[in-house]
Ligand binder design. Structure first.
Ligand SMILES: [Zn+2]
Length: 94
């Protein structure tokens, strides 16, 4: 699924509820999900299925925040299309 399609899918599922909640509270949910990803990363042995799910959750919350703020993640990702945005090299040479 492309980034734009993913963001639209997350909008279809959650946008109304997330818009009612608002950006500040939605941001705290995003941070909570990042914390869950951190816990999953630290777990030994790693559960790849749980790790995958936590990455999906963080990406979904990031996408919904972008939607609430009128940002296209597909467009934002273009900033890295030509390499490092500062030095334009791949790999980065900063
Ligand atoms: Zn660089």
């Amino acid at each position: 699924m492309r980034i734009e399609a993913f963001q639209k899918q997350i909008e279809a599922i959650y946008y109304t509820r997330d818009a009612e909640r608002g950006v500040p509270l939605t941001f705290t949910w995003f941070v909570e999900e990042v914390g869950e990803l951190a816990k999953e990363i630290r777990k030994q042995p790693q559960d790849m299925q749980r790790l995958r799910e936590e990455f999906a959750d963080v990406f979904a919350w990031l996408a919904t925040l972008a939607s609430l703020l009128g940002i296209s993640l597909e467009d934002a990702a273009q900033i890295y299309a030509e390499g490092c945005p500062k030095c334009n090299d791949t790999p980065c040479d900063c």
